[in-house]
Design a protein around this ligand. Structure first.
Ligand code: UDP
Length: 247
C-alpha cells in the first residue's frame, strides 16, 4: 500500500486484484474497492469526506496512466493500469467458473442490461443476478438496495460515475449483502458497445485520455484535473525531498 497526495493506492496488477476480490467475496467481507483515477485524487484534495471514503476502501486500484507513472516513480512494480472494464471481464470469467452472481448497477437505461447480455454471451455459465440503470434519485436508494439484496448477488459493480459511486457504495454496500462492491465508472458503456475504447496503439502509448477528449470534447473541463495533478505531484515530491534532506 502507498499514498499519493493523501490517497491510498494498492499497487497490484489486474491478476492479483481479481484474486483478492474473489477472496473477499468468498469471505463475504462486504469489501469496497475503488478504481482510483487522477481526477479523483485531485477532487479528494478539496473533499475530505471523499478522501476518507477512498482511504477506507479495502482496495484502491490504479486506474489511470498518471497514477501509474507516479506509483512507478516511487518504486511500485506495476505493469499496467487496472481498469473497470478489465476487472469486470476478469471477475466475470472467474464468477462463471466459481458460481458467483453479479449485479450491474449504473449507466443510462438499458446499458447495464446490454453489458450483462454481452458478458453472458462471452461466459455462458455466468449468473447475472440483476442489472439496472444509474439514474435514480438519492431517495430511491433504499429501493435499489432492496432490489440488489433480493437478487442474491455476490458482487456489485457500480458504474454511477465518480464521486457518486464511491459515496453510494460507502453508504449502501453493507445493506446489499454483496461480498464486494466495485466502482467502475463508465465501464458498462464500453462493454455494451455504447462507447468505444481507444484503439490499442493509443492505449499502449498512454494517450487513451486524448482519444476520449477528441471523441467527447465536453470532457475538457474534467481533464483540467491533469495539469493540476502534475503540479500537486511536483509540489509533493519537492516537499518530501526537502524533509528528507533536513532529517
Ligand atoms: N451515471 C449514472 N448515474 C448518474 C450519473 C452517471 O449511472 O447519476 C453513469 C453514466 O451513464 C456513465 C457513468 O456513470 O455510464 C460515468 O461515466 P464517466 O465516463 O463519466 O465516468 P468515469 O469512468 O470517467 O468515472
Amino acid at each position: 500500500m502507498m499514498e499519493i497526495l493523501g490517497c491510498r493506492l494498492d499497487p497490484i496488477d489486474t491478476d492479483a486484484a481479481t484474486d483478492a476480490i474473489t477472496g473477499f467475496v468468498r469471505e463475504r467481507r462486504g469489501a469496497q474497492i475503488v478504481t482510483l483515477g487522477t481526477e479523483m485524487v485531485v477532487y479528494a484534495q478539496k473533499d475530505a469526506a471523499f478522501r476518507q471514503i477512498v482511504n477506507a476502501c479495502t482496495l484502491s486500484l490504479c486506474d489511470t496512466i498518471g497514477l501509474l507513472a507516479v506509483a512507478r516513480s516511487r518504486g511500485a512494480s506495476l505493469r499496467e493500469r487496472v481498469t473497470g472494464v478489465e476487472l469486470i471481464e476478469r471477475i466475470g470469467a472467474r464468477a462463471a467458473s466459481d458460481g458467483l452472481r453479479l449485479f450491474l448497477l449504473g449507466g443510462a437505461p438499458g446499458i447495464a442490461q446490454r453489458a450483462a447480455l454481452t458478458l453472458q454471451t462471452r461466459y455462458p455459465h455466468l449468473q447475472i443476478a440483476g442489472a439496472r440503470d444509474g439514474y435514480f434519485a438519492d431517495d430511491e436508494s433504499v429501493r435499489v438496495v432492496e432490489e440488489i439484496r433480493a437478487s442474491g448477488a455476490d458482487v456489485l459493480f457500480a458504474g454511477l460515475g465518480s464521486p457518486r459511486q464511491e459515496v453510494w457504495l460507502a453508504r449502501h454496500l453493507r445493506a446489499t449483502g454483496c461480498g464486494a462492491g466495485i466502482g467502475v465508472g463508465g465501464s458498462f458503456d464500453v462493454i455494451s458497445g455504447n462507447v468505444r475504447r481507444a484503439p490499442v496503439v493509443w492505449r499502449r502509448m498512454g494517450v487513451e485520455w486524448l482519444y476520449r477528449l477528441i471523441k467527447e470534447p465536453k470532457r475538457w473541463r474534467r481533464q483540467l484535473a491533469l495539469p493540476q495533478f502534475v503540479y500537486l505531484i511536483a509540489a509533493e515530491s519537492m516537499r518530501s525531498r526537502f524533509s528528507k534532506r533536513r532529517a
